[in-house]
Design a protein around this ligand. Structure first.
Ligand code: ACO
Length: 447
């Protein structure tokens, strides 16, 4: 792996003034001392700040960055985002092109191995995924133990973590063959566990995988098959779901990916690390937002009530869910593609009555100074809920539909972490502002 950023050299501040160099000079006004710190990829190493001290026994300077607004935690070659320009690429390929020409499984291969597969590689890859779609009967019993109204994300988190107890070879994380096996299992079993969770909540019998169907087609089969001898997915819905899977497959260092890397840095097995990532995704500020968007649209109730709702958002009483993004300060490129898919699905299934409310929210927000000034645009979650609802999914399944394809991105990022010689257990610092040393008081002398 190309490293890395150079480590520090201390130079004279006068010399730094003479010729342009890839360094930054920091002068500590407490001591008058200057430090010349190397820059690579427009970045300095936080550890280079540690030499900045007043007394030799000081710990040295650290940087403070709650929520990692301006901190790179890794070097990655998986996904590129230019948030200002609204660009998203997987391994260099624009998301628009992948959404138009690729399948989800091809895209997952690209994310994991860095190249689009040849026809032979794709056939082999699909074979392995398909042959890992079944789950152990004990996992089925485990799922049966959940209460009928358990949220499917809670079921997914627990069941993926439980897989760790079935596959002991998963602990062998530095063995490429063992990693490959867990990759097949995780990508293959995600739709099965998700579909079984859904069927459990309905009290319906589980439908076993049909390995002659495509990845999204089989998922629809396991969700919706009733008495037919053979389930035939509608090709428009099958393709729409596949494109949605492509769009959700990876998104560089977001909250859940940072979680898979953080948890994975302790060298736990990938089932535990990805279960933690699913938990992070569940939150309403992340992958849970698609469910929240639908709840919000239902709460607004009609187009006429949108202006009042926007007023409440601007007063800080609530958020316009599905708007805003830490990285995109422009239209999320995925939202554009999703809007197009929405119309294809509505043509088939009938228009979602909440669509008019969503369009009105978007229209007002894109013109309103509050949103314009803060660069708040629709994100990936704004329209997905409407599509999922039209396809027949209940709201609680929306974040699950996000988690299924994100598994390939999480594993690609986890593998990159495992193979990066610069990475260690993730362990941030803190600024301690609590009590200094205190004298312990026995209980009878307190208060
Ligand atoms: N509605 C109203 N105001 C908003 C929204 C929103 N959806 N998002 C951000 N703002 C406002 C903030 O209140 C803040 O205003 P201020 O400067 O007056 O205090 C300003 O815009 C900047 O927002 P931050 O919270 O600093 O932005 P941050 O990058 O931390 O948060 C986030 C990004 C979490 C996505 C946020 O925009 C949000 O909560 N959106 C709604 C939830 C959502 O749709 N999440 C899905 C994101 S995509 C994904 O994870 C798949």
């Amino acid at each position: 792996m190309d490293s890395a950023l150079p480590t520090t050299q201390t130079r004279n501040a006068e010399a730094a003034k003479t010729e342009p160099r890839d360094t930054v000079t920091i002068t500590d006004n407490r001591t008058g001392k200057s430090y010349e710190i190397p820059i690579k990829h427009d970045t300095i190493r936080a550890m280079d700040l540690r030499q900045i001290k007043v007394a030799p026994t000081d710990f040295g300077m650290i940087s403070y960055d709650p929520a990692y607004n301006n901190t790179a935690s890794c070097i990655s070659r998986v996904t590129f985002i230019d948030g200002d320009a609204g660009i998203l690429r997987y391994r260099g390929y624009p998301i628009e092109e992948l959404a138009e020409k690729s399948t989800y499984l091809e895209t997952a291969y690209l994310l994991l191995y860095g190249e689009l597969p040849t026809a032979t590689q794709l056939k082999e890859w699909q074979y392995h995924i398909v042959h890992h779609t079944f789950i152990h009967e004990s996992i089925k019993k485990f799922l049966d133990g959940f209460h009928y109204d358990a949220h499917p994300m809670g079921m997914l988190i627990s069941t993926i973590a439980a897989l760790s107890t079935f596959y002991h070879d998963a602990k062998d994380i530095f063995n490429p063959e063992a990693r490959k096996k867990q990759t097949y299992r995780l990508i293959g079993k995600m739709p099965t566990i998700a579909a079984f969770s859904y069927r459990h909540s309905l009290g319906m019998p589980f439908v076993y995988p049909d390995n002659d169907l495509s990845y999204p087609g089989n998922f629809l089969n396991m969700l919706f098959r009733t008495s037919e001898t053979r389930y035939r997915p509608n090709p428009t819905l099958e393709r729409a779901l596949d494109v949605l899977f492509i769009l959700h497959a990876d998104h560089e260092q977001n909250c859940s990916t940072n979680t898979v890397r953080g948890v994975g840095s302790s060298h736990v097995d990938p089932y535990c690390a990805t279960a933690a990532a699913i938990a992070a995704l569940y939150g309403p500020l992340h992958g849970g937002a698609n469910e929240e968007v639908l709840r919000m649209l239902v709460e607004i109730g009609s187009v006429g009530k949108v202006p009042d709702f926007i007023k409440r958002v601007k007063a800080g009483e609530t958020k316009l869910m599905g708007f805003g993004h830490r990285v995109y300060k422009n239209y999320d490129p995925r939202a554009r593609i999703i809007k197009k898919i929405a119309y294809e699905v509505f043509d088939l299934m009938g228009k979602n009555p909440l669509l008019e409310i969503a369009l009105e929210c978007e229209r007002i927000a894109l013109e309103d100074e509050y949103f314009v000034k803060r660069k708040l645009y629709p994100n990936v979650d704004f329209y997905t809920g409407l599509i999922y609802q039209s396809m027949g999914f209940p709201m609680t399944m929306f974040p699950v539909l996000f988690a299924i394809p994100r598994m390939s991105g999480w594993i690609a990022q986890w593998e990159e972490l495992i193979l990066d010689p610069e990475q260690k257990i993730a362990r941030p610092r803190q600024i301690y502002l609590g009590q200094a040393t205190r004298t312990y008081a026995p209980i009878e002398r307190r208060g």
